[in-house]
Design a protein around this ligand. Structure first.
Ligand code: FES
Length: 155
């Protein structure tokens, strides 16, 4: 696994690369640690408080480790009206963790989000890059099982 300096060292040491550097760290380690933020601040010459505020502003960036599979459940208006709250409950039950948490095996993290841009397919969930539309509660176990197999296959 590359060091933080190796990950961000591809950028010139200029403050304007802050967001890009944090995105790369997120992609590499699945979260942004306090040590990573210090390293970014030092390398790009920006205050640690600014790094922290950017890292906490964007939903795509996380300060806690994420699972290999991030289950995003859309709770935007269209999805909400078509049963998203029931899907959140079903996924929480299936995985045994609450929204915002990661399973003990480190495979899944659940997140609710506001709109995934696929409202015509509501209710929608997205697991990493894969979009599932018109999801019903009865499909949840099968979707989770398939994604679990995929995560274990790619270990
Ligand atoms: S509201 Fe769910 S995809 Fe837009």
């Amino acid at each position: 696994m590359p060091t933080v300096r190796q990950v961000i060292g591809t950028y010139p040491a200029e403050p304007r690369y802050l967001l890009a550097a944090l995105q790369d760290i997120q992609a590499q380690y699945s979260y942004i640690s306090v040590e990573s933020m210090r390293e970014v601040a030092d390398y790009l010459g920006v205050p640690e408080s600014r790094v922290f505020s950017v890292a906490t502003f964007y939903q795509a960036l996380s300060l806690v480790p994420q699972g290999k599979k991030v289950v995003k459940v859309c709770n935007g208006t269209a999805c909400h009206l078509r049963g998203a709250p029931g899907l959140v409950d079903a996924i929480e039950k299936e995985l045994g963790v609450k929204n915002g948490e990661t399973t003990p095996d480190g495979i899944f993290t659940i997140q609710t989000v506001n709109c995934l841009g696929a409202c015509a397919m509501a209710p929608v969930i997205m697991i990493n890059e894969r979009v599932y539309g018109k999801v019903t509660i009865s499909r949840i176990p099968e979707i989770i099982e398939e994604e679990r197999k995929d995560a274990l296959r790619n270990d």
